[in-house]
Design a protein around this ligand. Structure first.
Ligand code: FHN
Length: 430
């Protein structure tokens, strides 16, 4: 295997261009992930048995032979799909971009690709341009449109499961190329399809997945990263286009959990509202909107974005549990947009009572648990504090004490309510 030359890539990615490309993303803070495909038809169950693990892995977990799984894809029929409703729900939740699985590991394409018959047109007989409708709806609501593309492909004849692969990532997670020639063909297949996603849907975000296998996509001369830089220069690319452990361009994508500290590169965490990316009829364990908002703020306080996932039904609707969570998050983001978007990591010690965001010369103390002693302590703060007040109550200055780099702000009891869970600290310009 030719080693991946990350240094060679540096010429293709200088920090100034990267910062310029990532600016909208860095300000956006919050996006919607959509997992929708042939797997949605099965709703997480196979032959009457509810499967464990993610619904989009059902072909692997139930070990469904390819020819039998094609019959599942033939049943994909999103008769209630309403792109405007999806984009509107994302917009009203306060999300600034949307990333949809155009081809997940199963290999089924959510658009009529000229490079395969395994797509919505030739296999499922769907005449609608689903991605075209969705990218247009995202444009209407001012959302950036992004495309998830799996580098592993359980349907393509270039790949086969690694026999005897053990454990959680059973045989369909570890795949290998059947021959060097087939690998070349597959890399070209990917490039052809990614070109289609650019030409037809003007994708602004390439979201790759499947890097735990091999990063053949980044071998010199064949690497997808440089290819995409050329065909869609302003688009941003997640780091699973290679091995996410070594490769951090354009933005890193740790799964679900978030790091303890700020990362020294652009990054985004993805999370599900329940516990499966693809639709699982029996998974009703919806996280509360409070948990989701606190997750958003935790990630933002460490310099990252939250990509929150919805797994639509096979008919093309959002599950009920998602709709009300998204609406509740929208109420919060609408009220707190000023102290959320365009913020950045605040260089202070992370407090136990909440999370801190920075914007210009202000700090926003997002309080999750009001301290009983009515005092908010912020440690490791530099700068001269001019004014402290509860968000939207700027004319009621709060008392504060300074002890070296530790600030204690006194909060009157009447300020404690869920609509004013933010304290603003204004510092004099450095
Ligand atoms: O295997 C996929 C999984 O199905 C899902 O798409 C998540 C989303 O980030 N990514 C992979 C697991 O890391």
């Amino acid at each position: 295997l030719m080693t991946f030359n990350i240094q060679a890539l540096d010429q293709a990615t200088n920090q100034k261009d990267l910062d310029q490309r990532m600016e909208w993303f860095n300000d956006a803070k919050f996006g919607m992930f959509i997992h929708w495909g042939a797997y949605s038809v099965l709703k997480g169950s196979w032959q009457g048995k509810e499967m464990e693990f993610y619904a989009e892995w059902i072909q692997a977990k139930a070990d469904i032979p390819k020819e039998q799984y094609v019959k599942v894809a033939e049943r994909f029929n999103p008769e209630q799909f309403d792109a405007d409703a999806w984009a509107k729900a994302a917009y009203e939740a306060g999300m600034k971009y949307m990333v949809i699985t155009t081809k997940h590991h199963e290999g089924f394409c959510l658009w009529d690709s000229q490079y395969t018959k395994y797509d919505i047109k030739d296999t499922a007989g769907i005449d609608r341009d689903l991605l075209g409708e969705l990218s247009a709806a995202c444009k209407k609501y001012g959302l950036k449109f992004g495309t998830y593309y799996s580098t592993i492909d359980w349907h393509h004849d270039s790949q086969k499961p690694v026999e005897g692969a053990k454990g959680h990532w059973n045989k369909w997670a570890k795949i290998e190329m059947v021959s060097p020639q087939k690998k070349k063909e597959y890399v070209q297949y990917m490039k052809n399809q990614l070109q289609e996603l650019v030409d037809r849907y003007d994708t602004q975000i390439f979201w790759f997945d499947g890097d735990w296998n091999d990063f053949w996509t980044m071998e010199d001369g064949e690497d997808l990263y440089r290819f995409l830089r050329k065909i869609q220069p302003n688009a941003i690319i997640n780091n699973r286009v290679a091995k996410r452990k070594e490769f951090k361009y354009d933005f890193g994508t740790p799964e679900n959990q978030t790091p303890g500290e700020k990362l020294d590169y652009y990054w985004e965490a993805c999370w599900t509202i329940n516990h499966s990316w693809g639709y699982k009829a029996h998974d009703k364990k919806w996280k509360s909107s409070q948990v989701l908002i606190q997750k958003l703020l935790d990630i933002n306080s460490k310099g990252g974005n939250l990509l929150l996932n919805v797994g639509p039904t096979p008919e093309g609707t959002f599950p009920d549990g998602c709709i009300d969570r998204l609406a509740q998050m929208g109420q919060w983001t609408k009220m707190h947009g000023e102290v959320l978007y365009g913020t950045e990591y605040a260089p202070v010690k992370r407090p136990s009572w909440g999370r801190v965001l920075k914007k210009g010369n202000s700090l926003f103390l997002h309080v999750f648990d009001w301290p009983q002693n009515q005092q908010l302590k912020v440690e490791g703060l530099a700068g001269s504090l001019q004014k402290a007040y509860v968000f939207k109550q700027a004319n009621e200055a709060l008392q504060f004490e300074i002890d070296d780099q530790n600030f204690t702000i006194k909060i009157p009891k009447e300020a404690y309510d869920e609509n004013s869970s933010v304290v603003v600290l204004e510092f004099s310009p450095e």
